[in-house]
Design a protein around this ligand. Structure first.
Ligand code: 5GP
Length: 185
């Protein structure tokens, strides 16, 4: 079944997202006061959230990006691949990983393991959305900053895509419950 935007409904409104980001940023600013903070966006899904979040952070914050693939369509494949890496060393830095959504946790589990050997002063994880009920038992991922904990629904917008589309929507949308089964979710 080919899905389009009409199969989705607004789930988290722009104003709610922005208000929550301001709250999260206040906590992050307090926690990292005086630290050498590097914001690391996990592409592509985090770019909208990251752009809004970092504009609340201290001006000395640096930004870097990496790309990890683990998803095709609406179901997690469990396959994790690093497509490209950070451009700067993180040794001695305080790293804030910025993710769009944590689902099974496999992507973050794998990424954290790889980054943990690079000599950073600290590595923290910030995600806009978290689906805790989907976490795999053998996956150990601790989320330091979470925008919204959500139930197991397929979401798009505000950076999250469906086959590459809809990342530019200002709200987060969720697949309507009446089409979930037909869509195989
Ligand atoms: P995990 O490895 O935690 O299972 O999956 C994380 C990645 O799966 C996210 O970075 C995101 O790209 C994708 N993902 C998980 N759930 C959703 C969802 O509901 N919608 C979209 N568009 N992507 C999702």
């Amino acid at each position: 079944m080919e899905l389009s935007l009409k199969d989705f409904e607004v789930f988290i409104k722009e104003e709610t997202i922005q208000a929550r980001i301001a709250e999260m940023a206040e906590k992050i600013c307090a926690d990292f006061e005086g630290k050498d903070l590097v914001a690391v966006g996990v592409l592509k899904g985090s770019f909208v959230f990251m752009a809004d979040l970092v504009r609340h952070l201290p001006p000395e914050t640096t930004c870097d990006f990496l790309r990890v693939s683990s998803y095709e369509g609406v179901k997690s494949t469990g396959k994790v691949r690093i497509d490209f890496d950070l451009t700067q060393p993180i040794q001695g830095k305080d790293v804030l990983i910025i993710e769009d959504i944590i689902d099974t946790g496999l992507t973050m589990h794998c990424l954290m393991q790889r980054l943990s050997v690079r000599g950073a002063n600290s590595i923290s994880l910030c995600t806009l959305l978290d689906k805790p009920s989907r976490r795999k038992d053998d996956v150990d991922v601790s989320v330091n900053y979470c925008g919204f904990k959500i139930e197991n629904r397929f979401v798009l917008g505000y950076g999250l895509d469906l086959d590459g589309k809809y990342r530019n929507l200002r709200d987060v949308y969720a697949l309507r419950s009446e089409v979930e089964e037909a869509a195989g979710y």
